[in-house]
Design a protein around this ligand. Structure first.
Ligand SMILES: [Zn+2]
Length: 594
């Protein structure tokens, strides 16, 4: 199965078109402005001197690179002259300040001039990787190859440092302390056809956990050779980027041992360490994967970037295995764990995505847990949202010969080499989709994991979680969408006695501003919910209301009467990704049932 170029897919009005438009109208500008205010943009001039304000941080290159990448995807559709000008200005500075040898890194050019490639944890190759991804995106969007050539020169230098061992610069490490260069080199190879980048990609993946120059540590997934990986460990974003690169590797080289490691680590995450929202990396300490089933709601870390990393991994597993269950995880992240990272007005962000806000929140980041922030000192997530929302088209379709796979649903059109597939739908407000097809022999339509029954207007076969239609022309498929209660495995302590609510792919939550302040005093009536479903046509989602109860305050005694008072109350639920967009409110995804 092959990835479809995002440029061959167009969104029509609907959920993702509106998110993409908001990203263009607000979020790209907002992130750029914050980066300008904090010195991240001007840092590319490499004029900072000791004593000046805004001392460049070693990961600033990557923040801005992700912004350029996001702007590039946008430019491919909008040709926005302002975005082009900003990107060109940055590329001018990169070109000016690139060393004769090809090296480019702001921090090691102006702050620590003699430290090049000496400290593995200082994100040097991570920054290089994001710049390479930006260069590929900019080239594909504009046809201009200047930035691509700059980054190929840099890649060539990196290859000489890390692979030959004969250069003047002796590296103190072999693999990056923060994975990313692997994904980037593979993209660089795909864009240029230069096998040097494929070779370097292979080198960095193979060397991880497998050479004496790197520390043996779980935090950077360097405790084991990658083919021996069975369990997700360490920093969750780093892990997600590595596993995604391993899936690229397994597909490119037909490496079955690597594919098996990918499958097993994917299963490890999705069976023991993922929140119902798709959030991964539950531990704030080290932003890392926690123990099995240790998925606290108030304490959830679930970084926005980690959900994005999981989307990248799941998408590549879908391509590798042709199995719809991986696209289910992409969908879970799209509508929940990733999207909760940005506000409805598009200009503030969550780094950490908790599943519960309560009066007793006593964790160190509580100020940014309850309210989205305009910027974070470590600001990896906002530009990651930029590049994700600007390229959501990449997740919708894939292809194999004359067969087309529909992996995600939304009003959209895919056209390539005489094949045309159009989806007409109000998804995710309802599950009915009309699909018009020309030029394809087979169409594979993902049967969503959340869907227990569906109807189709013509006969189909089932294969790997897809409904397969032969000689398709005009199909109407209806994935019966209704609110459902979700229970958790009993080993997850924080969800005992509680349920979550889903409607289609969307996870819901209760906020105190719609209900009562102390959400610990509400109970859901799961036997007689009497659902009321209201469409919010602006945000293209449904709002839910159901029967429940308000109970008396929890007793502080160890034992007390179950409820001395229990009154009927309608409970209002909103999509989880929409929480914290009004006043600061308490919030719960997992709610006690009556
Ligand atoms: Zn982040």
């Amino acid at each position: 199965m092959q990835k479809v170029d995002y440029r061959n897919v167009i969104f029509k009005d609907g959920f993702w078109k509106r998110k993409e438009t908001l990203n263009h109208d607000v979020t790209l500008g907002a992130v750029y402005d914050r980066f300008k205010e904090t010195g991240r943009i001007d840092a590319f001039s490499c004029k900072w001197k000791p004593g000046d304000p805004n001392k460049p941080h070693f990961f600033w290159d990557s923040d801005v690179a992700k912004w350029i990448e996001g702007a590039s995807y946008d430019i491919s559709r909008t040709h926005d002259p302002d975005l082009m000008e900003k990107a060109e200005w940055l590329i001018d500075r990169i070109e000016e300040n690139q060393g004769d040898d090809g090296y480019f890194n702001i921090y090691y050019t102006v702050v620590e001039k003699n430290g090049r490639f000496t400290l593995r944890s200082n994100h040097e190759l991570y920054c290089a990787g994001h710049l390479m991804e930006a260069a590929v995106a900019y080239y594909e969007a504009t046809g201009r190859d200047r930035f691509l050539k700059i980054m190929e020169k840099y890649a060539s230098y990196i290859k000489s440092v890390f692979m030959d061992g004969d250069g003047n610069v002796k590296p103190a490490f072999q693999t990056s302390g923060h994975e990313e260069i692997e994904l980037a080199l593979y993209k660089l190879y795909k864009a240029t056809g230069n096998r040097d980048w494929l070779e370097l990609f292979r080198f960095f993946v193979d060397k991880r956990g497998n050479n004496p120059l790197d520390p043996v540590e779980e935090y950077t997934q360097s405790n084991l050779p990658v083919r021996k990986i069975r369990r997700a460990v360490g920093h969750s974003v780093r892990a997600g980027y590595l596993y995604a690169a391993m899936a690229d590797y397994a597909r490119e080289f037909g490496d079955s041992e690597m594919a098996e490691a990918c499958r097993l680590v994917f299963n490890d995450i999705t069976s023991k360490r993922i929140y119902v929202t798709g959030g991964i990396g539950s531990e704030a300490h080290g932003e890392r994967f926690g123990e099995d089933y240790a998925l606290g709601n108030l304490s959830a870390y679930a970084e926005t970037c980690a959900s994005i990393a999981m989307m990248l991994f799941a998408q590549r597993m879908n391509l590798l295995e042709r199995n719809a269950r991986y696209a289910d995880i992409v969908e879970l992240e799209m509508y929940n764990g990733m999207l909760s990272g940005v506000s409805l007005d598009g200009d503030s962000f969550f780094y950490q995505n908790v599943l519960e806000i309560g009066d007793s929140q006593n964790i160190s980041y509580s100020h940014t847990v309850k309210r989205r922030a305009k910027l974070f000192e470590c600001s990896c997530c906002p530009p990651n949202i930029n590049r994700t929302l600007a390229s959501m088209e990449q997740y919708f379709y894939s292809k194999e010969g004359n067969a087309v796979y529909i992996n995600q649903f939304g009003n959209s059109e895919y056209c390539e080499n005489g094949i045309r597939v159009v989806q007409e739908t109000r998804y995710p407000m309802d599950g009915k989709i009309r699909i018009k097809i020309s030029g394809a022999d087979l169409i594979y339509v993902r049967i969503p994991g959340w869907c227990s029954e569906f109807k189709a207007s013509q006969g189909y076969a089932k294969c790997n979680g897809y409904a397969v239609f032969a000689n398709p022309k005009d199909i109407i498929i209806d994935f019966c969408m209704k609110p459902v209660f979700v229970k958790a495995d009993k080993r997850i302590k924080d969800t005992l006695g509680k349920v979550a609510v889903k409607y289609g792919p969307i996870v819901y939550c209760a906020e105190s501003c719609d209900n009562i302040k102390d959400l610990n005093r509400i109970r859901l009536n799961i036997t007689n919910p009497e659902w009321e479903i209201t469409c919010d046509e602006v945000h293209c989602v449904c709002m839910l209301e159901m029967n429940g109860f308000e109970v008396d305050s929890p007793s502080l005694d160890l034992y007390s009467e179950l409820y001395s008072k229990m009154i009927n109350k309608r409970i209002r639920l909103i999509p989880y990704h929409m929480f914290a967009n009004r006043d600061v409110s308490n919030m719960k995804v997992w709610i006690e049932k009556a």
